[in-house]
Design a protein around this ligand. Structure first.
Ligand code: P6P
Length: 334
């Protein structure tokens, strides 16, 4: 791109670090590590149909879901890259029952821990729909020099230092948020770098797209069903009926919500009192990102980021996206 200033993820994170004189650059290093791991994962995702890595890996993860080989590959890639770089004290993954503490001297003295869903939406791998990696970075609460503890990973989302996702779609993009804002980077395969393509991303205050698995409608609360009827009613002044879009991959549905506005919902239902999505691996990172972009995110009863986690794999209902549309959904939900 002659003439156009190319800013790579590495350059951007270094520039951001300079805004905090006391920063040691560890957070930037972790973001660069995650970028590297996701470039490695991306290579396998791009050839999923060619290499015999489709089909179930046989094992099932802590959620009782069949593990696709790509899930396991993505999980191991993230663990290995983060362990080798020694920039964090340990990790917790949606694919593993317990957290993993890294025991080399550098890791033991690192001040951050990382959580991730290594390959969210993996049921879409076989149909070539977009899937993604979701990550969260917290400052540890356990003492430096000692192994990280479960308490480091059970912090509420309002303690997040950074969170983001990589979407393996028509292009491969990394979007991450800190308290400074949300920025998007598109992978330029010819140089193998994530390049700044979506600076200062903002979530529209209102939106015309609602995203939910309507197949579960008969299990939703009266309030949620009333909101769905509201979205489907004709109303010229309010551009209704709205459009329904649902990919079934949270990263893809949330990326569209961030860019085009609207609401994504995975409510509780009669069978799943806490919905399906995991607080620490999906809902908190996405809520941190959407709030940093000016949107909102609620369980229906409280701000997602304020939920005090009780266990690593707990689930919460979620209503997330444009401020006005989420407010309407919550008004009808209650
Ligand atoms: P359903 C993928 O399995 C996932 O965890 C999210 O990425 C996605 O939003 C949701 O589950 C889809 O669930 O029940 O609609 O298939």
């Amino acid at each position: 791109m002659p003439g156009r200033k190319l800013i790579t993820l590495d350059e951007f994170t270094i520039q951001e670090t300079r805004k905090f004189p006391q920063a040691t650059g560890e957070l930037s290093a972790i973001l660069r590590d995650i970028g590297l791991a996701c470039k490695i994962i991306n290579k396998q995702v791009l050839k999923a149909g060619l290499v015999d890595i489709l089909g179930s890996h046989g094992a099932t993860n802590v959620q009782g879901e069949e593990q696709m080989k790509l899930d396991v590959y993505a999980d191991q890639t993230l663990v290995n890259v983060l362990r080798n770089s020694s920039e964090c004290a340990g990790i917790a993954s949606e694919e593993n029952d317990e957290h993993i503490s890294f025991d080399d001297e550098y890791s033991l003295n690192s001040k951050y821990v990382v959580l991730f869903d290594p390959l969210d939406g993996s049921s879409n791998i076989d149909v070539n729909a977009s899937i993604g990696t979701i990550f969260s970075i917290y400052r540890r609460v356990s003492p430096l020099g000692s192994p990280c503890t479960e308490a480091d990973f059970l912090q509420p989302g309002n303690k997040l230092m950074a969170a983001g996702y990589v979407i393996y779609g028509s292009s491969t993009m990394m979007v991450y948020a800190t308290k400074l804002g949300v920025n998007g980077f598109t992978l330029e395969p010819s140089i193998g770098e994530f390049c700044l393509s979506h600076p200062s991303m903002k979530c529209k205050e209102n939106g015309k797209i609602y995203s939910i698995n309507q197949g579960n409608t008969n299990k939703y609360s009266d309030g949620t069903r009333a909101f769905l009827n509201y979205c489907m009613e004709e109303n010229k002044e309010e551009d209704r009926p709205y459009s329904h879009r649902y990919i079934g991959s949270m990263v893809a549905d949330m990326h569209r919500t961030l860019i085009k506005g609207g609401i994504f919902m995975y409510p509780a239902d009669k069978k799943n009192k806490n919905g399906k999505l995991r607080l620490q691996y999906e809902c908190n990172p996405m809520s941190f990102i959407i709030e940093a972009a000016g949107g909102v995110s609620s369980t229906g009863n409280q701000r997602v980021l304020d939920v005090e986690p009780a266990e690593l794999h707990q689930r919460v209902p979620i209503y997330i996206g444009s401020k006005k549309l989420v407010a309407k959904a919550l008004e009808m939900h209650s």
